[in-house]
Each structure stands twice: as structure tokens, then as C-alpha cells.
Design a protein around this ligand. Structure first.
Ligand code: NOJ
Length: 974
């Protein structure tokens, strides 16, 4: 055994044993120099109270207003360092978003300024109508339909406030914690324009200690455990307070394992003692309640009150810590401390959550429309060990009639963890294996990690090395080397543009000219899982790459760390996209991510534990990711570590079935736990849950279309749907599935037989999805208790919704293409309902050329051809040709025609059943509008939607109404 293999093995065993990779492998704020400095600054400010004044001011005579658009620039100075110049720029975008940028001018070095360019879809359009007006003390812009928004930049001290209707929504530097540490030299020379010392003497500024403290705390080097961060650029951190004076709840900044409404980290009775941290990390057995940084970072925060919602996106890519505190119940103070980079902050004015999603999607893009199969159930474990193992798993599922769409291969498929290269002993026939899976309409997902084994026998490493595409060590020479699954490895540097085309070429399934390596032992049915992309480095500081490692263009890893994971999966996504011609929708799962990653696929919440706490926090984490744009999200069903007992596994499937991304996964040491291995009744419970998921695929897919256009999340927490309902601001164990009207409250408590569910403050009936029993909310909201035995999931239809389902059990989603639909209608208290259905071929990009159907269903009382005042009229109409703004994937549907070939391919698909809950009386007749023939229907007496009573609702079941899904029709109930 070679020595590195031994070391690799030791690391592996440590991981396995779980005693090496714990909390103490990661810094807390007091162990991080710049975080300590930032918090100390805040502590000094707090102590000084009213005597504290920010040393930063805007130089009034430097204000330059662009006459052509809503931009101004100005110089900013610090009274402590008169020789240092800072530049400030504010732009108001056409949608009212305000971008605030500040950087050091003519500094000794350059701060990293490209985080936003990776996150944004395009350079935002600046308003050409809004104008800044500069006064003596401030400069302002006023805009909005009623001129209700005002942005005021005060000069001294520098302070930026976004105000709506006279109320401050978000304030920058209101607490005076702004501090951009300028570049300086180690010898005490502080940079600037050279005359700094002179100016200093002349202006006699206050001593710096009151603001900066009296010691140079870890300015030039930082030691931690056995590592030394050389910090060649010295201190360059950025501290900024962001206050929401009129918003008592804040959400967002995923990913942290905590509640959706962010608990406080400072101040009296703070919940956590450390700030939330952004430093993408592979944290072994992360805690179920902690501000510790885990795999991904989205620096987006929503501040919410019953009056309005406001958001910020802080485009910073370096390690960042965020303190949250509440000065009062109605206001929130946050303090952001980043290690490096410019200030590049976007203020999203709202005022509703819906507006915030739109504003954020306009900046960073909406989630893409996934392939439909990707919304089915994914079966994974570390590892399926041979190609016959894969075949046998597929067979066992089919024998037990349990549906699934995707089988996954973790790292053990590869020879010595050289990704792309099959271990031929165990996988002698990879293409045949994939084809066997694909023959039943299914796909495979195979893992590709970003660490490349450093061996001449690995063409991928060889080529990357020859082309100079690998991250360099701190001296900038050669290749950075660290340990990961492959033993001694080097890491792809996706900041290097030369890496992009080459990476794409690897995924081609055909041989390439000139003998360049490509993945010929793969097919277009193989999609990709990108893991360990924080990056995870087993022998690195905090299990990642040293901060002084060097990326393309000389940037230090510290500057770009939180972008690293996103670049990897984004380029993989493009590689899979370009693999086929015409392209098919790629599926790429990533563990690490940043703002903008939603444009490229799905994420999961990493290595959770098979505990009830982790099951519960997984829901909160997926909600938090969802509101920060990452809508295609889920957590490992079953828990990655451990051996969940059958009860836990069943509950976990219930959680997974109501997450956008639904995958079971398990650690290599965990016992096999595929659903077919369960004893009865658990096996049947899980089969039923999976069938439920499949029956609701039309709902999931329809909601995905919506998110691609509006950016509205698919998992919608209460505050998003009912922004004025204060009772729901802290709710994060129940949520809505998009705008479908489905409310779910997964059970995550051991031994539960019932569950409490909060029904929103609206006077509406809510129907139990399964038995259609009516519960009623009131205008004040109401908490109900419902039965929740192990085979029950609290799922409700909000009164006023029409849910399209496909209820024929099938082995995979691809087998459902021609299946008929059921419409489940829960009437509102006024006896109305509405719903949507979006469908396309599920795989190609033809939907962007109008190959699709998008229907609207309505239940109302409009007159039919013969019946003037029906009890109810249920109709279907073509949304795609009626909605002026109809779009999917951000592409407008101008080329759509109802006769498109996709619509024709499902022209025989019919509605096989309509179930109406809550009708107020037994019908006399049910007919297709204009026809004389009576349809077959059944009536069950019960409570109607408009009653005050609760209990069994009235149900009308119309069987085989002989109406087609692609056609306009109406059914009249008299
Ligand atoms: C870590 C991932 O989080 C986990 O899901 C995977 O099974 C292992 N790496 C092995 O690839």
C-alpha cells in the first residue's frame, strides 16, 4: 500500500468513526480574526451608545449624478484615514431595486468584485426615469406609482435608507458599523494617496482605537489548530449593519440548520451565541439547530411585517458572519461581517413577498424547468455495488409495484475514485446497465466530484493538469494538493475560462476527434450528481481548501470560496445540456451552491442524521432555501447516517413526498433500506406514499412552470401566502405547494397519532385531501388537531382550489404520459374554485417553442348554453393562448398554438373523474354543456362549503365525463 493510500484510509476511518469531524473542526466567530474584529466593533458601538458616530461620510462636492439614468457616484472618506479614498455608487433599477456599491479607490491592491457577475443573469437595467436630487445634507431619489418610495443617502455620517410611505424599510450604517478595512502594508504604511500621514497630521482626526480597537488582531497571519493562513493581502474585511426598523421577523440566508424565522444571535436572550456563518463547508454530522455554516450560501434576507416585506441580496463571496438581534418586537438589526470583497448590495423594495421574489428573480434568474422524471422518486445509496446490484434493485421495486424514476450511483462505481472511469470489476457493462434501467423509462444519476486523483493513469487529471486548469497552492506554483475520496487530489478551477469547454467535452458520449477523452461509457440517460464542491478537502483547514490557495487571475480562495460550488455544478449543467443535440433538460444535483444556482438544478441538504430532529429541521431548511430562490430542493429521505426504524422511515417518506426533490439516500455503513425491504404494513404505507407523489406529479410540474416565470417558491411558507397573518410568521412545519391550494403539515414526531395544523386567517373551508372532511378557518386563523396515524399525512385542499391528479399506479412517471386525469375540487365558501395544469413532453426544450398545454379549470356559476343559473359550472380553458404574459422558463409562448404536436400527442387523454367537495345541494342533473346526455354521477350528502359546520363534506363524483384534457369544455351541474 502506498503511503498516501494509507493516509487516505486513516482519514476515511476518521470520517467513518465520527470522532474527527465535529464542531471543533470549524471556527466559531471568536476563532476568526475578522469576525472577532467585527463583533468587537459592534460591542464598542453598543457601549458608546449615543456617543458612537460612524467615521464614514460622503464627500458632498464629489457627488456626480448621471444625467441619463438613475445612477450617482460619490467619494466616501473615513475620518480615521483621511488619505484613503472610497467610491460609492448607487443605482436604481427599472423595477425599483437599489444597488449600492462601495470599493476602495486607488488602493494598494484590488478587492474582489465579481461575486455579482456570477450570480446575476444579466447586467440589470437601470431606470431612465428616476433621478437623484443632491442637496446639502443628502441625496435622494423618489419613485413608485404613488411616489411612495424614497431612497435617502445622508452624507455625514454616511447612511442609506430605503423608505416606503414614510416608514424606513431598510437602513445601511444606521448603527455606524460600516467599516471597509483598506489595504495597507505590513510595515505600518497604510496605503492611500501617499500624503495620508500628512493629511492625518493636518486634520488631527480622532485616535483610531475608539473605532478599530487597540490591536492589529490577526491582520497578517492567522493560525488555527495546525494551519497558518498567510494572509498576504492583510486585513480587508467589510463590516456593515443592515437594520429593518419596522420589521420584526427575518428569513433567509440559507443554508443553516435552524428555524425559518431566524432566531437571534446577539442581544438579550439571544438564541444562538455565534453569528450565522457563510463559509461553505462539509460539516460532519451537522447539528440540527445551529448557526454553523454548512454546504451552501445564499446571502439573501427577507424582513417581514404585516405591513410590508423588504429584502436584501448581499453579493459577497468570501466568508461572512451575520448577527441578528431585535431591538424591539417590531424591528430587526443585522450585522454582516465579510472577510474580503467590495460592498455590492441589492435592496429589494417589495412591498409584498411576491414582489421580492420577482425582484430577486429579475436579478439572479428563476429556477429552470426540470425534466418531469426528475420530480419522481429517486433511489440512492452509497453505494449500489455492481451493475447487477442496480438491476436487482430495479427488479425488486417492480416486483413489489413500487414506483421510482431514477437509480443513483455514488462514488464506488468508479475505479479508485477516478470519476468517469468505471470500476470494471463491479461494473463490467456500464452502458448495458444504463440501458436496462432506461428500457423501463427510467434514468440514472452518477456522481462526479471536483477533486481529481493525482495519477498519470487518470486522463481527466492528466488533461486538466496539462492545460493548467487546477487550483494552485499559496505560492502560485504548480497544483494545490489535498486529500479527498480519491486520496491525493487536485481541484478543478472553474474560475478559469479555459476549463469550461474542456469540461463540457468530457461529458460527450461519442468519441472526440483527435482522441481527446470523453465519456463514451455513458449515455444520454445518465445525469449528474456534484458532491464535495464546497470544496471538501479532508486534510484542509475546516475540511476545505486553504484560503491562500490561488485561483485563476490570481484571486485567493478566500475571495471566491462561497462561489466555488456553484461554478462546478453550473458548468456541469452546461456540459450535460450540450451533450445532446437537440439538448435535453439536464438534471444536476449539487451540494454546494450560491445565489443564482437555481438556474442549474437541484440541491439537497447534505448529510443529515436519521433522527427526528433532523427530519424536522430538513423541512425548515428546504423552506429557507426555497425562499432564497433554490426551489428544487429536498433532504435525504431516511437520514444519511444511521438506521431509521420503520416508523421513522415511513414518516420520512411522507416528508420527502412533499418536497420538490424526493430522494432516499443512505451512508455506506447504513443497512439497506429500500422500500421493498420493509415488513408489512410499512411497505404498503411507503408504496401508498410513493403512489400519492406520482398522482400529484401534475401539480408539482405545474408549479414548476410557475416558478420558472415568477420566481415564487414551490414550497411556500405561510408568510409568503398570508403576509398579513401574524400568527403564521413563525410557522415552518407546514407549507403550501405553490399556488395549487395544497397545504401540508408533515408529521415529524415519534409516536404521533395526531397533529396540530394552523389554518390561515381567512374565512375559508379547508378539506382533508383524502376523505374531504371540512375544517374551517376564521378571519383570525385557527389551530386544529387532526388524526395522524402512521399511514396518515395531514394534507388539505384550500377551499377554492382545483387539483389535477393522475391516479393510475405506474412504475415510473414516463409511463403516465397517456393516463387520464382526476380533478379534485374543494369549493370556496362562495362555492367557487380554480386550478391549473401545465404539461409538455417533460424532457426536451420544445416547450420553449410552444409545444405544451397549459389549462385553467374553473368552477363557478356562469350560465351554460342551456342552463342559465347552474348550481355549478366546471370548465377548462386554454391558458396558453389567453394569457397575454404566458411564458415558461422565462420564454414567452408567442409561438404556441392549441394544435401543437405535443398537444396532439395527448389528444385522447381524458378527464376520468371529477370530485367536487362542498356543493350546497344534490344536483338534479350533470351534463356536458350543450349535450343532452346525463353523465354518470354519485352524490354523498354532507356539509357544504358555505355552511358554518365542520365534518364530512358533501361530495359529488362525476365518472368518466368524456371530456378531453387538451380541449375547452364545460360541465353544467343543475
Ligand atoms: C458526501 C455526500 O454528502 C454523501 O451524500 C455521499 O454519499 C458521500 N459524500 C459519498 O460520495
Amino acid at each position: 500500500m502506498r503511503p498516501w493510500t494509507l493516509l487516505g484510509l486513516v482519514v476515511f476511518l476518521l470520517v467513518e468513526d465520527g470522532f474527527a469531524f465535529k464542531d471543533h473542526d470549524f471556527k466559531n466567530c471568536s476563532q476568526s480574526g475578522f469576525c472577532r474584529r467585527g463583533r468587537a466593533l459592534a460591542a464598542r458601538a453598543k457601549e458608546a451608545k449615543d456617543a458612537w458616530k460612524s467615521p464614514y461620510s460622503l464627500v458632498a462636492d464629489s457627488v456626480t449624478v448621471n444625467p441619463a439614468d438613475a445612477t450617482f457616484t460619490a467619494r466616501v472618506k473615513s475620518s480615521l484615514y483621511p488619505g484613503i479614498k472610497f467610491g460609492l455608487e448607487l443605482r436604481v433599477h427599472h423595477d425599483g431595486v437599489v444597488r449600492v456599491r462601495m470599493d476602495e479607490i486607488d488602493g494598494l491592491r484590488k478587492r474582489y468584485d465579481q461575486a455579482a457577475s456570477w450570480a446575476l443573469i444579466a447586467e440589470p437595467k437601470i431606470s431612465e426615469t428616476i433621478r437623484w436630487t443632491a442637496g446639502k445634507k443628502d441625496i435622494r431619489a423618489v419613485y413608485g406609482a404613488k411616489k411612495e418610495i424614497e431612497v435617502v443617502v445622508s452624507y455625514e455620517p454616511l447612511r442609506v435608507a430605503l423608505i416606503r410611505n414614510g416608514k424606513e424599510q431598510v437602513v445601511l450604517n444606521g448603527q455606524g458599523l460600516l467599516h471597509m478595512e483598506h489595504f495597507r502594508n505590513k510595515d505600518g504604511q497604510e496605503g492611500g494617496d501617499g500624503a495620508a500621514q500628512e493629511v492625518l497630521k493636518a486634520e488631527n482626526p480622532p485616535p483610531r482605537e475608539w473605532f478599530e480597537g487597540d490591536k492589529e488582531d490577526d491582520y497578517w497571519e492567522e493560525k488555527w489548530i495546525s494551519w497558518t493562513d498567510t494572509k498576504p493581502k492583510g486585513p480587508e474585511s467589510l463590516s456593515l449593519d443592515i437594520t429593518y426598523p419596522n420589521h420584526g421577523t427575518v428569513y433567509g440566508i440559507p443554508q443553516h440548520a435552524t428555524r425559518l424565522a431566524l432566531p437571534t444571535t446577539t442581544g438579550e436572550n439571544s438564541f444562538f451565541s455565534d453569528p450565522y456563518r457563510f463559509y461553505n463547508a462539509d460539516v460532519f454530522e451537522y447539528l440540527a439547530s445551529s448557526p454553523v455554516s454548512i454546504y451552501g450560501s445564499i446571502p439573501v434576507m427577507h424582513a417581514h411585517s404585516a405591513d410590508s416585506t423588504v429584502g436584501i441580496f448581499n453579493a459577497v463571496a468570501s466568508e461572512t458572519w451575520i448577527d441578528v438581534s431585535h431591538a424591539s418586537e417590531k424591528s430587526t438589526e443585522t450585522h454582516w461581517i465579510s472577510e474580503s470583497g467590495i460592498m455590492d448590495l441589492f435592496l429589494l423594495p417589495g412591498p409584498t413577498p411576491e414582489d421580492i421574489f420577482k425582484q430577486y428573480a429579475t436579478l439572479t434568474g428563476s429556477p429552470v424547468l426540470p425534466a418531469q422524471w426528475a420530480l419522481g422518486y429517486h433511489q440512492c445509496r452509497w453505494n449500489y455495488m455492481t451493475s447487477d446490484d442496480i438491476r436487482s434493485v430495479q427488479k425488486r421495486f417492480d416486483e413489489d409495484d413500487i414506483p421510482f424514476d431514477v437509480l443513483w450511483l455514488d462514488i464506488e462505481y468508479s475505479e479508485d475514485h477516478k470519476y468517469f472511469i468505471w470500476n470494471k470489476k463491479n461494473f463490467p457493462d456500464p452502458v448495458d446497465m444504463v440501458n436496462d434501467v432506461a428500457a423501463l423509462g427510467r434514468k440514472m444519476v452518477v456522481i462526479i466530484d471536483p477533486h481529481l486523483k493525482r495519477t498519470e493513469e487518470y486522463p481527466v487529471y492528466q488533461q486538466a493538469s496539462e492545460r493548467g486548469l487546477l487550483v494552485k497552492p499559496s505560492n502560485g506554483e504548480g497544483e494545490y494538493e489535498g486529500l479527498c475520496w480519491s486520496g491525493k487530489s487536485s481541484w478543478m478551477d472553474f474560475f478559469n475560462p479555459n476549463a469550461w469547454d474542456w469540461w463540457k467535452s468530457l461529458f460527450k458520449t461519442q468519441s472526440l476527434p483527435g482522441g481527446a477523452w470523453s465519456w463514451t461509457e455513458s449515455t444520454e440517460d445518465v445525469h449528474i450528481w456534484n458532491d464535495m464542491n464546497e470544496p471538501s478537502v479532508f486534510n484542509g483547514p475546516e475540511i476545505t481548501m486553504p484560503k491562500d490557495s490561488i485561483h485563476y487571475d490570481g484571486w485567493e480562495h478566500r475571495d471566491v470560496h462561497n462561489l466555488n460550488g456553484m461554478l462546478f455544478s453550473n458548468h456541469t449543467w452546461q456540459a450535460v445540456y450540450e451533450r445532446s443535440d437537440p439538448p435535453k433538460r439536464p438534471f444536476v444535483l449539487t451540494r454546494s451552491y450560491y445565489a443564482g444556482s437555481q438556474r442549474f438544478g437541484a440541491l439537497w441538504t447534505g448529510d443529515n442524521l436519521g433522527t427526528w430532529e433532523h427530519m424536522a429541521v430538513g423541512i425548515k431548511m428546504t423552506l429557507s432555501n426555497s425562499i432564497a430562490g433554490m426551489g428544487f430542493v429536498g433532504s435525504d429521505v431516511g437520514g444519511f447516517f444511521g438506521n431509521p426504524e420503520p416508523e421513522m422511515l415511513v414518516r420520512w417518506y411522507q416528508v420527502g413526498a412533499f418536497a420538490p426533490f424526493f430522494r432516499a439516500h443512505a451512508h455506506i455503513d447504513a443497512k439497506r433500506r429500500e422500500p421493498y425491504l420493509l415488513e408489512e404494513p410499512y411497505k404498503s404505507y411507503v408504496r401508498d406514499i410513493l403512489r400519492l407523489r406520482y398522482s400529484l406529479l401534475p401539480v408539482w410540474y405545474t408549479q414548476f412552470r410557475e416558478t420558472t416565470v415568477t420566481g415564487m417558491p414551490i414550497m411556500r411558507p405561510h408568510y409568503v401566502v398570508f403576509p398579513k397573518d401574524k400568527n403564521g410568521f413563525d410557522l415552518d412545519d407546514q407549507y403550501f405547494i405553490g399556488s395549487s391550494g395544497i397545504l401540508v403539515r408533515p408529521v415529524t414526531e415519534k409516536g404521533a397519532t395526531e397533529a396540530s395544523v394552523y389554518l390561515p386567517a381567512e374565512n375559508q373551508p379547508y378539506y382533508d385531501y383524502f376523505n374531504l372532511n371540512i375544517f374551517r378557518s376564521t378571519t383570525k386563523g385557527k389551530t386544529i388537531t387532526v388524526p395522524a396515524a402512521l399511514d396518515q399525512i395531514p394534507v388539505f385542499i384550500r377551499g377554492g382550489s382545483i387539483i389535477p391528479t393522475r391516479e393510475r399506479p405506474r412504475r415510473a412517471s414516463t409511463a403516465m404520459k397517456l393516463d387520464p386525469f382526476t380533478l379534485r375540487i374543494g369549493l370556496s365558501k362562495d362555492g367557487l374554485a380554480r386550478g391549473e395544469l401545465y404539461l409538455d413532453d417533460g424532457e426536451s426544450y420544445d416547450h420553449q417553442k410552444g409545444q405544451l398545454i397549459w389549462r385553467e379549470f374553473n368552477a363557478d356559476k356562469t350560465s351554460g348554453k342551456k342552463v342559465k343559473k347552474p348550481l355549478l359550472r366546471i370548465s377548462s380553458r386554454d391558458m396558453a393562448s389567453h394569457e397575454p404574459e404566458a411564458a415558461v422558463d422565462g420564454v414567452s409562448l408567442k409561438t404556441y398554438t392549441p394544435e401543437n404536436s405535443f398537444a396532439q400527442s395527448i389528444s385522447d387523454v381524458r378527464v376520468e373523474r371529477i370530485v367536487v367537495a362542498g356543493l350546497n345541494k344534490k344536483p338534479k342533473s350533470v351534463k356536458v354543456d350543450g349535450d343532452d346526455g346525463e353523465l354518470i354521477w354519485e352524490w354523498i350528502d354532507g356539509v357544504s362549503a358555505g355552511d358554518k359546520k365542520e365534518g364530512e363534506s358533501s361530495v359529488l363524483i362525476v365518472r368518466d365525463p368524456k371530456v378531453l384534457i387538451v380541449k375547452d369544455w364545460s360541465i353544467v351541474i343543475e
